[in-house]
Write a protein that binds this ligand. Sequence first.
Ligand code: GSH
Length: 339
Amino acid sequence: MSSVVKKITDWVDPKSKSGEFNRPQSVFRNFISKQPGAEFPPEKGRYHLYVSYACPWAHRALITRQLKGLEDFVSFTVVHFHMGEKGWRFATTEEQNVQEHVTPDPIHGFAYLRDVYHHVSPNYEGRYTVPTLYDKKTQKIVNNESSEIIRMFYTEFDDLLPEKYKNLVLYPEDLRQEIEGTNEWTYNDINNGVYKAGFATSQEAYEKNVVVLFTALDRAEKHLASSPGPFYFGDRLTEADIRLYTTIARFDPVYVQHFKCNIRDIRSGYPALHRWLRHLYWTIPAFHDTTKFEHIKLHYTKSHTQINPRSITPVGPEPPILPVDQEVNAVAAALSGKK
Ligand SMILES: N[C@@H](CCC(=O)N[C@@H](CS)C(=O)NCC(=O)O)C(=O)O
């Protein structure tokens, strides 16, 4: 790992020639497992998630936790929306009444998420990211990679869950190949694609990445427009929905203006994605309850001083997500013309 001291908030090294954002690999990669003798077995009340409501990767974990009914197995704490020079911090006792779960660190009473990482691993040199899955019993970090945390949640607690939750299969055998294929480009070009466009520090890097992003959005739109819905793969809610949703929900409120992802927006440029997004948000509590637009808008605009030095948060778009049966005026006019 590099020993060069870099500021946490310098997303791209100011000296970088290419201006390209490269996301580092997560470091803690253990698994909760129901296999006999596993180091981290499924157990009620044993695990804790540190998350941010702003973060799309942490959001995957919160959605999955609720979909699978893991509330009694995995508690969680939400960090303050603002990330400064020392990384994510916990809310103070004065701030904690603002929103449920936005509290001081209930386990150690630490001020920063980085303190949890150093408590577990004093020589840790990686990034202090959310989601962080923590084991209260052994005081270890189990995993800080969202794509793996959600997979553990899909299956490893199943023997302890009521039928309703056990029967929810988010990564079904017969769709695995299709889901993996979709994950590949959705991750590179959309989930991480918005960051690659937004954090770019050269015109070339920005333009290259924003075009790749919109080509992938066109592809997702085409897929959804020609599929029966309401989910990404028809009538089954799967990992593909969870992984795409957390980026699309943030798109109009933040990525369009803050990350300059403005070739089109979702509400006026992508009718099928827009329909799919709103169905998840308005009809499935695990999506609705975990989507906090205030955290989303405030975090990006007030923390990324490299791209928004005055930290001014734009007011729109209002509302951050439209009701299911309402369209922006231009779309409504176009649709009525078609009838
Ligand atoms: N690959 C990781 C990425 C997690 C991540 O980068 N989270 C961001 C918030 S959106 C974070 O905590 N960044 C803090 C930092 O890099 O210092 C995952 O999917 O869990």
